[in-house]
Design a protein around this ligand. Sequence first.
Ligand code: CA
Length: 234
Amino acid sequence: MNNKAKVLIVEDEPTISNFITTSLNANSYKVIQCVTGKEALAMIPSHCPDIILLDLGLPDIDGFDVLKQVRSWTSIPVIIVSARDQETEKVKALDLGADDYITKPFGTSELHARIRTALRHHNKSESGAGQHLSKYKTKDLVIDFNKRIVTLHDEIVHLTLIEYKLVSLLAINAGKVLTYDFIINKIWGPFADRDNQILRVNMANIRRKIEENPALPQYIFTEVGVGYRMIEDE
Ligand code: CA
């Protein structure tokens, strides 16, 4: 489906750039490369890539500034590919509008999965299909957005309104990590307490209801210090 999608790699380390290029070419992606932030900003409007893999540590401008500039005019998917693995950096990138964040070193299958997810979400939101998602299904969990019902092994899961809103928000964005702030803003509004306690309590309750073993979740994963990611629907 997304074969032949054009990927722009913004990366100043040739070994990494070539490694990613080889693996993407082998999977039918078209790849273009550049080394600096300025080149990236010039290439995006002229080459119209479908997705950007952006390193943060670039020789000229910081990757965050490239991201900010890109986001000022386009919603093209951006995945940060960085050696910086501090949680604050990930949160900052996601809150600045990055679609995802992957830390070096990483496996190619993980990278490909993240690219597919970002492209799919982008295509859905461009076509408006995301708004009309009627069902989410993965493994034994089904969410019927029209009926507002969650079932597990065909049995109704009794969720509070807040719990339902949380699960739905994560399911509509399945595969993407949502930051704590983003979730709190969406569920409790912009004036809610930024402390994550209420979110953690609700998430613990959800996990008790949908996860066989809440300590080893199979539906909603914790990205420590960053947020939550729900497994992709099937
Ligand atoms: Ca670098």
